[in-house]
Design a protein around this ligand. Sequence first.
Ligand code: PGA
Length: 255
Amino acid sequence: MSSPRRKIVAGNWKMNLDRSQARSLAAAVAARSSEAAAAELVLCPPALYLDPVLEAVAHSPVSVGGQNMHDKASGAFTGEIAPPMLIDLGCRYVILGHSERRTLFGETDTVVNAKARAALAAGLTPIVCVGETLQEREAGRTGDVVTAQVRGSLAGLSAAEIGRLVIAYEPVWAIGTGKVATPEQAQEVHALIRRVLGTLASPEVAAKVRIQYGGSVKPDNAAELAAQPDIDGALVGGASLKADDFLGIARAFGG
Ligand code: PGA
């Protein structure tokens, strides 16, 4: 049975590129998006380059997302970005609770939960990231850690709201390390996440939620990940900075 879920491949550019590089990378992905037409493609540039990237993809099916946002709609929060500002520019997505936000900027599940609510209220689709550290995996705690992150990050959301979001499973030990989870390791956690979503919403809603894998996804390992029944796309860091690599991954999911 083929999956009812449209695959989604997102590029998390993190704090990289300059304006002209951002513009040309976005234009290259937009020009070649038909290579992966069955998948939805999303680019998440640094906030300062959202506007040129939105312009570069304007006449293509490529969507754009923020990498982070504040949970308030406006106010005295120097340096922050409000959810309605992302909508105002034309963004459809926002990455929330990335492991770098969690470990380097102290974002807890409670913070991620407040941001997820705010994103949904503003009309954005959150890409909520979860994932265990190497230490947690080696201690056999992956299931408990990921379950707690999903429950905590989505606490209090209605079934309809859960049905609107995307989850990214990113084992921390695989991010930027070149160590990718095996397809079996990833599939096991994706299936677990879907079961947890089933208890939070309903099995029907859980069956519709797209769960991306992230962590050292490259063109040469994307196909075996894409072949897993519960892997519905990828959140790509390093490899999203080159059009050929990003599109190679995108083709594995939607070519
Ligand atoms: P990576 O990053 O692909 O460079 O491992 C993934 C991510 O942080 O989303």
